[in-house]
Design a protein around this ligand. Sequence first.
Ligand code: MLC
Ligand code: AMP
Length: 505
Amino acid sequence: MSNHLFDAIRASAKTGEAVFIETTDGRRWTYGDALSLSGQIANAIDTLGVRPGDRVAVQLDKSPLALMLYLACVRCGAVYLPLNTAYTLAELEYFIGDAEPRLVVVSPKSKSDVSMVAQRYGAIVETLDVNGSGSLMELANDEGVDFIDATRAPDDLAAILYTSGTTGRSKGAMLTHDNLLSNARALQQTWQVTAADRLIHALPIFHTHGLFVATNVTLISGASMFLLAKFDPDEILSLMPKSTLMMGVPTFYVRLLQQDGLKRDAVAGIRLFISGSAPLLAETHAAFRQRTGQAILERYGMTETNMNTSNPYDGERRAGTVGLPLPGVSVRVTDPANGHTLGTGQTGMIEIKGPNVFKGYWRMPEKTAAEFTADGYFISGDLGKIDDEGYVHIVGRSKDLVISGGYNIYPKEVESEIDLLEGVVESAVIGVPHPDFGEGVTALVVSRPGATLTEGDVLRALQDRLAKYKQPKRVIFVEDLPRNTMGKVQKNLLRDQYGGLYTSA
Ligand code: MLC
Ligand code: AMP
């Protein structure tokens, strides 16, 4: 009887006294606390009727208890389904309808709205507050701390994470116990994480980066972390002397560089700064190195594949590259025209194979099949090349995707909402360089002759439809959209034309 992922976590928790989480107000949760709390929550979930394989959807503000709920789901054999706290009710309804969770856990303030939606799909709704109150914890407090973990094989599902689709519906990436465990082990080994490490955790916990990379690596190393509610540069600087690791998206590093306190001695205790989820500009890498003497280590991953590559811990960390394939992971570059593997230095489609690669999209076998090659490589949609020393360089994306502050936005989703508005003929959404977010979501809109639609009207109309980070930073009205002979909008021309929108003074 074994639970593939939790057995590994349990093994690192053998000294129950070691600290797992510390919050900025000085409160601590040991590994022993994590076992007891996750045991109580697992018992409560089980009492509610959640069985192995059932989905548990969670839209919660970041807190230690939200992580205990994640662990409880792993222990119950439930499939954890975290949702961005920025999602609107309209967005949430799609995920609940598609994943059909047995249980939905939200903060008390969202209960009545979410209940209306959940009822339609037969899901139970319970609440959990950052301070530990809420109906789920009331149930858990009456339960014992011992729980017999559900048996889960390496190939059983541990989580579903939704990624937006290039054409319409979001797809649920099904991640198995071994996807998560094998990747956490590969990262632990590559970054040399040990029980002596203390991580500054300022990422959200509803995505691969903050949930699996940051949390699972900490857990299987028996390390500890400072859990911050969100990114706050002052808090981060004050925690640096007591920490050894930091993980962030490039915007974290751009913002830290704006702090006068970011100096060599302030970061002396940190042995490793890691960046991922979006391209780290070589200038940011260089500026950080100049100010602190530390070379940020950049790595590359995806929701579907977990982490694929990383710059080396001991070897050269090359700015502008995402490093070498992780242990056990194969990366190749192929010609998108015929699928043939390309040679060193040639640019093409990045494809990935290994124990890190997901099991497929939830209830979408055709979409899953379309994203794998005949010999089992996942087609990433990222364009890149591998240099003669094996370092992977990402040079672009074949997928129509904007990455803003580490969040993905699929233009199609935003365009579809804009196109519904009265007075709009059509729209094109693009990402253009943004000094803070890396790329800024920008909408070009063609309106009907005589229409009086303004930028403010468009933004107001999107407010309840799309999460804030997906909403355009600017809406620009244009006469028409440039098209090629096939009638396809030439977004590259638009990106060139509006490239200086956020960066030119
Ligand atoms: C917030 N806003 C954003 C935004 N985040 N807009 C665009 N892009 C974003 N990423 C909105 C806010 O709602 C706000 O709107 C305004 O922009 C400014 O907010 P802010 O206070 O500056 O934002 P902040 O709360 O500080 O958040 C910025 C951030 C955050 C960068 C800290 O977005 C973040 O934590 N990003 C990390 C995302 C992440 O973990 N990605 C991993 C995905 S996994 P207004 O109008 O209300 O002021 C993955 C795989 C892999 O990609 O390889 O890891
Ligand atoms: P997501 O779908 O949120 O998991 O985002 C995955 C995408 O983020 C990848 O396909 C890449 O396009 C991008 N990405 C992740 N890490 C990096 C990186 N270090 N450099 C460039 N792009 C990255």
